[in-house]
Design a binder for this molecule. Structure first.
Ligand SMILES: [Zn+2]
Ligand SMILES: [Zn+2]
Length: 402
């Protein structure tokens, strides 16, 4: 059975996978508890392998045992939606205040499709495949919880490789893209609170205004990025909110002023340096104005590092399965974060992007992932499922050859 045959086979049940995706699209759930979603997924993979459920979150690991002995490969599909009110006008749009605006409904359908392809041909499978259905990708650390609960070990051995796909509403339909090394940023954040002393706005010298040092800090952080970090190992710090005072008054100096920023880095060294340098800078500014500052860092995802051998496999499997012109070797990583990073930190693997911009929409102006207007062409699901299944077969075939 060639990878092109797997693609053909996957496309014979493209409509079934689309229907599953559209069902899932109408029941989006948020965070780590997705009971309706998991129930629908489990119904679609019933009988294909052994299911292990988490004790704390709604996650499942499907273990498909191959007909021949060998190592284990892990595939991952994430399942959670965003707190976004959908405005696509699609006839299967969600109406419950949440939305699959990041395409995880397509990922679940791909995982389900891959499970069927692998189970159908499990006699030819030289080892085992674990497929994760994971909640809480959107900043809730779902992958980390599943790793802590050893759900990558349900076959009784450490997987030799891990693969995952992410769709994008603004990338050309059917195109795959990835790269060796860093693909996605470590995404973290900080909240900063300047603690002064309130008073009358007419007499600032009698109080400790927290707003001025906060304003200074917000611009000083950008100078810090520019002056203390290499231009060739980029850092992004972006302030997303500021809070101080009350918009009913102009003549009051508030006691505290605070802001929150997202932090993106592409190396472990910079993830640590940002914490150290920001803390020094913010303490320095606060001290210069006679105030105190509290700096709190949120846990960061890891930098998503693709393994060179795993990317080799992605490239040649895509070539064999779909022919030339379907893979784009990306020159740069993207600054988004992903908890798949925790998986490939432990297990060598690769994360692959897949374009899902609907026909008739220009990818360059299409609404992006996370937009309330983001639309994904679900005709790509079958190819995505075929790629996941083919990667698993290929990794296990190679391992069996020693
Ligand atoms: Zn997302
Ligand atoms: Zn996502």
């Amino acid at each position: 059975m060639s990878y092109a045959d797997i693609v053909k086979e996957a496309n014979t049940y493209s409509n079934v996978l689309k229907d599953i995706r559209r069902d899932l699209h109408q029941i989006p759930e948020f965070g780590l508890q997705l009971p309706k979603t998991l129930e629908r997924v489990l119904a679609s993979v019933h009988g294909l392998g052994e299911i292990t459920l988490s004790k704390t979150i709604t996650s499942a690991a499907l273990h498909i045992k191959g007909g021949q002995p060998g190592p284990t490969v892990l595939l991952r599909a994430d399942m959670d939606a965003l707190a976004v009110v959908e405005d696509t006008g699609l006839d299967f749009a969600s109406t419950n205040g949440f939305m699959h605006a990041c395409g995880h409904d397509l990922h679940m359908a791909m995982g389900i499709g891959a499970a069927h392809l692998i189970a159908t041909h499990k006699d030819e499978l030289k080892g085992d495949v674990i497929i994760w259905f994971q909640p809480g990708e959107e900043g809730h650390g779902g992958a980390d919880v599943m790793l802590e609960e050893d759900m990558h070990l349900v076959s009784g051995q450490m997987p030799i490789a891990a693969y995952g796909i992410h769709v994008f509403s603004s990338y050309p339909k059917g195109m795959f893209g990835s790269k060796v090394g860093p693909l996605m940023a470590a995404a973290g954040g900080m909240t900063v609170t300047f603690k002064g002393a309130g008073g009358h706005g007419s007499m600032p010298w009698l109080s400790k205004d927290p707003i001025s040092p906060m304003a200074e800090a917000i611009s000083a952080l950008q100078t810090m990025v520019n002056k203390r970090f290499s231009a060739f190992d980029p850092v992004v710090i972006n302030v997303g909110w500021v809070k101080a005072g009350d918009d009913h008054t102009e003549n009051v100096i508030p006691e505290v002023a605070s802001f929150g920023a997202t932090i993106r880095t592409f190396s472990v060294a910079n993830t640590e340096k940002v914490k150290q340098y920001s803390t020094e800078l913010l303490n320095g500014i606060a001290a210069a104005h006679g105030l105190e500052v509290e700096v709190e860092f949120m846990p960061s995802t890891k930098v998503l590092m693709n393994d060179a051998k795993a990317i080799d496999r992605v490239e040649h499997v895509i070539q064999d399965a779909f022919g030339p012109g379907r893979y784009w070797s990306m020159p740069d990583p993207i600054a988004g974060g992903e908890d798949f990073a925790s998986i490939v930190d432990l297990i060598p693997g690769a994360f692959v992007f897949m374009g899902a911009c609907p026909d008739g929409i220009d990818p360059s102006t299409a609404s992006t992932n996370h937009s309330n207007k983001a639309m994904f062409d679900d005709s790509v699901i079958a190819d995505g499922a075929a790629l996941l299944a083919s990667l698993a077969f290929d990794a296990l075939n190679e391992a069996s050859r020693g």
